[in-house]
Design a protein. Structure first.
Length: 167
């Protein structure tokens, strides 16, 4: 199984006063975030030519990022996946991954610090800060068998500026 982890692109800022979870969940990508995601999606399509499953956090900025990525792949729709929400359960996300076909290419679009911690757990078996995914950045983790903590092999970890150049 290939697991592509992608952090959402740059989103609108919230005013300091009145910060609320509902408003945060509705934040959209900025124009610059959309433009960068289009370039990143082009690069991702070159690096991972086939995606079988594309899932995203239900928050608007992650969903928009995933929709732009989906536009680079034929016949793929975006699934909303609650464990990809900020503070979501890593174990629920792993359980969901284990339900996918063993040789599937799965893309997950979410948030930091959760994606970085999830990647660390998949690679080392420990939920420790490894390296954060920058906004619009991505990494690819390969599993020879069923995904398990500590069983993944890091194929690459790229910031958005390098993905821009590849696109």
């Amino acid at each position: 199984m290939l697991i592509l982890l992608v952090r959402h692109a740059k989103a609108e800022q919230l005013p300091l006063l009145g910060l609320g979870l509902k408003r945060d969940a509705r934040r959209q990508l900025t124009d610059a975030g959309r433009a960068r995601t289009r370039r990143v999606a082009k690069a991702l399509n070159k690096l991972v030519p086939t995606l079988d499953v594309l899932a995203a956090s239900p928050l608007v900025r992650a969903r928009e990022t995933a929709e732009i990525i989906a536009g680079r792949y034929d016949d793929i729709s975006v699934l909303d996946l609650a464990p990809l929400s900020p503070g979501g359960s890593e174990q629920e996300l792993l359980d969901w991954l284990r339900q996918q076909h063993g040789d599937a290419s799965v893309a997950l679009v979410g948030h930091e610090p959760d994606l970085g911690l999830f990647a660390s757990w998949l690679l080392s078996g420990r939920k420790l800060p490894f390296s954060p995914l920058r906004k619009g950045g991505a990494c690819l983790i390969r599993f020879a068998e069923t995904p398990a903590p500590g069983g993944g092999v890091l194929e690459w970890w790229l910031p958005p500026r390098l993905l821009d150049k590849l696109g």
